[in-house]
Design a protein around this ligand. Structure first.
Ligand SMILES: *Cc1c(COP(=O)(O)O)cnc(C)c1O
Length: 233
């Protein structure tokens, strides 16, 4: 596993995707998804100039953030309300705001810690039972309610592409997310800033970039295949 080489290939592929599409964002940030990966590999990537890392389990997030506080840590997994307290003040961005109960808890804990927590709203556009996220038709109501949560700042949207090989189906989900972003942006709500579109993983990030992603979340494409037996349940 050559992390430096993988990061270089990633940058080349991003550039190609940007050149292929008028919808592509001028700057695409790579979020290195480091779940299950040891700190030594994370440090290696950090030393290569990779600054942003994503974790999907609270305990692992907290341990790694503590071990490498100079990196920028994102939370990208399903977040249980009873664990919110542990990560408040430590996240650059929570990508998985997907329900009011969670918003309430993030608000409460952020207020207590005197911080504003930056979040992305996660959508489940392919309507897969296995995935978290709001359905598109519930987005506008959800966003309206967030006006009452001054310690949450919504900075964009996040989705996971459908688990299929059909490029057209994957692209459709990414396009839908971009269109929802544009719709929200057009509403000019004072508490929303639609800065980030977080979509695309190792196997579909080129499509995501073509459809306008400006954060791609890449794990195995940087660190190699994962061994999930190393992770908390
Ligand atoms: C694991 C994970 C990724 C990265 O997956 P790869 O296929 O390894 O790139 C991206 N986003 C989320 C939400 C994840 O849980």
């Amino acid at each position: 596993m050559n992390i430096q080489q993988n990061l270089t290939i990633l940058q080349q592929n991003i550039k190609t995707a940007q050149q292929n599409s008028a919808y592509a964002a001028p700057e695409v940030q790579v979020l290195a998804v480091s779940k299950t990966k040891p700190l030594a590999l994370i440090k290696e990537a950090f030393d290569q100039g990779q600054l942003d890392f994503g974790e999907n389990k609270v305990q692992e997030f907290v341990q790694k953030e503590q071990s490498l506080p100079r990196a920028r840590w994102h939370f990208i997994g399903h977040l249980q309300t009873n664990k919110v307290r542990q990560i408040i003040g430590k996240t650059v961005l929570i990508h998985s705001l997907d329900r009011l109960e969670l918003a309430k808890e993030i608000e409460k804990r952020s207020s207590a810690a005197n911080v504003v927590t930056d979040c992305l709203i996660q959508l489940n556009l392919a309507r897969e039972d296995s995935k978290s996220g709001l359905y598109a038709e519930d987005l506008m109501d959800f966003v309206a309610k967030l006006a009452d949560y001054p310690h949450i700042r919504v900075l964009g949207l996040m989705a996971i592409g459908p688990n299929v090989s059909d490029e057209i189906a994957i692209r459709k989900v990414f396009r839908q997310l971009r269109e929802l972003r544009d719709l929200l942006q057009a509403q000019n709500l004072p508490y929303l800033e639609m800065k980030w579109l977080s979509m695309g993983m190792s196997y579909d990030y080129q499509l995501a970039v073509e459809e306008g992603a400006n954060i791609i979340r890449v794990g195995s494409g940087i660190f190699g295949e994962r061994d999930y037996s190393l992770q908390e349940k």
